[in-house]
Ligand binder design. Structure first.
Ligand code: AMP
Ligand code: GLY
Length: 432
């Protein structure tokens, strides 16, 4: 069947790479894609929220499966657009509708959902401009630190951890009154800080059945030792040693099952990924956030460990028969290192030629010791040049995390461009 992936990052390259290995995949398209996806698919120059052009492409290329990578088109209602169109309504699409996407698009919506369905999470209350004074009063009784969260999508910047009550008071006013994060901070959650270790669990669900994909740990800060500003993610590892069997059983019983049952009770259809950001606190899981898509760079670490045919998994999701598919996971470990443009996540340059990319990466062997996924690249006069903040996501695999790290870092060392940057400490904190 012909398949369209929507997005242009390392996540979408990894998804296209995995699906290209499926015997069910005929022609593969990525919109808009990057220089990496161009090696194994046809890139279409269409923006991820340009639904009319996506429709045209779907009809022209006889697409039977659409996989939505990023959150923006989901929150903007790409599924609703498909369902309301006579020519598109029967096409399989991976990703929830507008209401389901609120689990990521509104932190107030997701917190209320978690509390209603007894899913363990940090205590929180939501305030707006009108209830600012109540918010300031509420702060007085909180233990430190305090977490303030803009309700809406704020490009990963809407969470502020305050170490003193007066900082929290100032920040709450800035967010609500001065609209520090624009529309996203019209409502703000004041939340209890959770002290623990973070990891992410990925669920694929058809709204009734589910499979739990391999877990991962993400490295969000730009600097080594988890210092400096937050980024989209500078690396990831899978599996994560703290996600032992007992812990994962608790995650399944208290978080995954209650989330799926909650969606059903609330009559929210959901076909797609649930990315559950967790904190392990004294051995128990607490949900920090939901996303309604896969993580990036977590996808680049997780998908190489999925042995089941990804197209089959997606079609079972779309057809409501995920219970018929058994998920097979590889026992090897993976480590992903993001190579970024110097300066990211602040200002950075684009357009530098990338040297040392391995040849013939196109349909690279699933068993290769390293895979180079493109995140922000494009082709210029036959050369691959940088075209974003996060430029490449390189994944190494090996029987142990240590070997996966050796493999990824030797591949990374062979690649360079002017002012490239990567963290050298990915995975070090979880090496056992
Ligand atoms: P989010 O945008 O919700 O993923 O939050 C960004 C980051 O802030 C998370 O990955 C955590 O590291 C941190 N964070 C969010 N909520 C809490 C919390 N209640 N306690 C501790 N850290 C948190
Ligand atoms: N790496 C974190 C995210 O995709 O949201």
């Amino acid at each position: 069947m012909n398949i369209l992936v929507i997005g242009s990052g390392g996540r979408e390259h990894a998804m296209a790479w995995k699906m290209s290995q499926s015997p069910r995949c005929s022609k593969l398209f990525v919109a808009p894609g990057n220089a990496g996806t161009a090696q194994l698919a046809t890139n279409l120059p269409i923006g991820v929220e340009d639904f009319e052009s996506i429709k045209k492409a779907v009809l022209e290329h006889n697409i039977e499966l659409v996989v939505v990578g990023p959150e923006a088109p989901l929150v903007a209602g790409i599924r609703d657009f498909f369902e309301q169109d006579d020519q598109l309504k029967d096409i399989a699409l991976i990703g929830p509708g507008k209401v389901g996407a609120q689990l990521e698009g509104s932190k107030d919506f997701s917190k209320t959902f978690m509390l209603r369905h007894r899913i363990p999470t940090a205590d929180a209350r939501t305030f707006d401009k009108q209830s600012l004074q109540e918010g300031l009063d509420y702060l007085q009784d909180m233990t430190l630190p305090v977490v303030l969260k803009a309700d809406g999508l704020a490009a990963g910047k809407g969470v502020v951890i305050c170490q003193t009550i007066s900082d929290a008071e100032e920040m709450l006013k800035e967010m609500l009154v001065e609209e520090k994060f624009g529309e996203a901070s019209q409502k703000v959650l004041v939340e209890q800080f959770l002290q623990g270790t973070e990891l992410s669990v990925f669920v694929l669900t058809d709204g009734e059945h589910y499979v739990i994909l391999p877990e991962a740990k993400d490295y969000k800060r730009i600097g080594e030792g988890d210092t400096g500003p937050n980024t989209g993610g500078m690396g990831a590892v899978s599996p994560v040693s703290i996600a032992d069997r007992d812990f994962m059983e608790m995650v399944e019983e208290r978080v995954v099952k209650r989330t799926i049952a909650g969606l059903q009770q609330d009559r929210i259809p959901f076909q797609g990924f649930l990315f559950i950001g967790l904190m392990k606190v004294k051995g128990e899981p607490y949900v920090i956030e939901y996303n309604v898509r896969m993580g990036d760079p977590e996808t680049e670490a997780v998908l190489p460990r999925v042995e089941t045919d990804l197209v089959e998994l997606f079609m079972a999701t779309a057809e409501g028969r995920l219970n018929e598919v058994a998920l097979k996971t590889a026992s090897f470990a993976t480590a992903t290192v993001v190579m970024a443009a110097g300066g990211y996540p602040e200002a950075y340059e684009k357009g530098s030629e990338i040297k040392g990319l391995p040849a013939g990466n196109a349909r690279a062997e699933a068993s290769a010791s390293a895979h180079v996924f493109h995140a922000g690249t494009k082709e210029r006069e036959g050369k691959v040049v940088s075209n974003g903040g996060r430029v490449l996501a390189v994944t190494g695999q090996g029987p142990t995390l240590k070997e996966a790290l050796d493999n990824v870092y030797s591949q990374v060392a062979a690649i360079s461009w002017e002012k490239s940057y990567y963290r050298r400490d990915i995975g070090q904190d979880v090496l056992v």
